[in-house]
Write a protein that binds this ligand. Structure first.
Ligand code: SAH
Length: 428
């Protein structure tokens, strides 16, 4: 979602005549698009803001500094107190306001703010500066109505709002017309899409089925899903529509029912496993990925063991594993953060090692198989090679050229190197 917001802001600025640069030293303005989901993400922005502020106040560099995204929502004008050199803040629902706010600062106005509590904030813009000519990010809903106690997203992105289905369909058709082959539908809780449309009753499965009919679009993915909205009807639509990718990202967070309850995840481990079993029965080739938090308040060695067992038993294709950090204003902030940092690090690395072995053993089973994918990019290290991204979100390096990019191809996997496969183009 943040990547999309950045592409949108960049596109809107270019449309107004600004030029983008990748060199810090050449910039007249630096705008940070920020994430608040973990402390570490914010700390990095604080460090950078400190260093650019120093260039302004101490070195006398003429520079406009702006912050957009979740940190604007999290700290609001408090950011100006901490960084007096900061010129503007723009919230998650105000990306379209970036050029206007910037021009006010250029006109000499100080400490500009665009923070709306309401609104979708994901209006499609034909000016989005997309990073690929074949694959497009497409937000279809924003915000989250779930109540996970560790999570800051409801504070920074607000309540769930879905983009009307007719608009989503129109945009995907437009992308198809522009030559895009693949879209990734985005939402903080994407499979909750449409719950706010009592009248039209377009649910996420129905939307997916509708989008699958659009010719020109060959590959449809989505992220991120909450287990309680992962329903059999959704699995059926995936099974019945070959354009929909075979990767399901379904955050588990913990394998301990006690911790899941404290996190207010709204399910037990066995309920989660029942969904995964059903999904795997219905779509045997599905690749399952997850998110895990270690060191949530009150996580004992036994709770941690339960998570370790869950990873061993479920056998995810890959997992993001995070150390818990308390987020301002979340319900869990009130709990005692009682797992010491060293222990969080230890649990984190133990699970990373375990998952690496599981990922490798699952990947090794794919050697010799034929997989379909989209030719996404050229191999940066070796010329004459391209990287296929498969329907199960694996990468296969095959011989190819720039002219192949954007094509749907099949490859036979010959070898595994770390998490990347090598293969040969397969013609049926
Ligand atoms: N539904 C969201 C999830 C984003 S956050 C979305 O896609 O927008 C991604 C992951 O970060 C979560 O699944 C969780 O595992 C982790 N996370 C969230 N809050 C956290 C916290 N306070 N500390 C550590 N990890 C956290």
């Amino acid at each position: 979602m943040n990547e999309y917001d950045t592409e949108l802001a960049a596109g809107l600025l270019v449309k107004e005549g600004y030029q983008l640069t990748t060199e810090d030293s050449k910039a007249d303005a630096v705008i940070f698009n920020t994430c608040s989901v973990r402390e570490h993400a914010e700390d990095r922005v604080f460090g950078q803001l400190g260093s650019f502020s120093h260039q302004k106040s101490v070195d006398g560099r003429k520079l406009i500094l702006g912050v957009m995204g979740c940190m604007s929502e999290n700290y609001k004008t408090g950011l100006f107190k901490r960084f007096p050199e900061l010129d503007f803040i723009v919230g998650t629902r105000n990306v379209k306001d970036v050029p206007r706010v910037l021009s006010r600062v250029i006109d000499g106005k100080k400490r500009q703010v665009a923070l709306d509590e309401e609104g979708l904030g994901i209006e499609y813009s034909e000016f989005t500066r997309r990073g690929s000519a074949y694959h497009a990010w497409l937000p279809i809903m924003t915000g989250c109505d779930k109540v996970c106690t560790f999570c800051i997203v409801p504070k920074t992105r607000g309540r769930e709002i879905s983009k009307p289905a007719a608009e989503v369909t129109r945009e995907v058709k437009r992308l198809a017309g522009e030559g895009f082959k693949a879209v990734t539908l985005l939402g903080q809780n994407v499979n909750s899409y449409g719950k706010d449309f009592a009248a039209t009753a377009v649910t996420f499965p129905k939307l997916l089925a509708e989008l699958s009919k659009i010719s020109g679009i060959e590959m449809i993915s989505f992220t991120t899903s909450h287990p309680s909205d992962a329903v059999p009807e959704l699995f059926e639509v995936i099974r019945d529509n070959p354009k929909i990718t075979r990767r399901f990202h379904l955050p588990l967070q913990s394998g301990s029912d006690k911790i899941l309850k404290r996190m207010k995840r709204l399910h037990t481990l066995s309920e989660y496993r029942a969904k995964v079993d059903l999904l795997r029965t219905m779509i045997p080739e599905i690749a399952l990925t997850t998110d895990i938090i270690v060191g949530f308040p009150g996580e004992t060695p036994e709770d941690f063991d339960a998570t370790r067992h869950a990873l061993e038993q479920i056998g995810f294709d890959s997992a993001f594993i995070y150390k818990y950090s308390a987020r301002p204003g979340t319900p869990a902030e009130a709990l005692v953060d009682d797992v010491p940092l060293e222990e969080k690090k230890r649990r984190n690395s133990e699970l990373l090692d375990l998952q690496e072995r599981i990922t490798e053993s699952r990947n090794l089973k794919l050697i010799g198989s034929v997989q379909k994918g989209i030719a996404g990019k050229e191999n940066v290290r070796v010329s004459g090679e391209i990287v296929l991204r498969t329907w199960t979100d694996k990468k296969i390096v095959v011989p190819g050229a720039a002219a192949d990019l954007g094509k749907i191809m099949s490859a036979r996997i010959t070898k595994l190197v770390n998490e990347t496969f090598l293969g040969e183009v397969y013609c049926a």
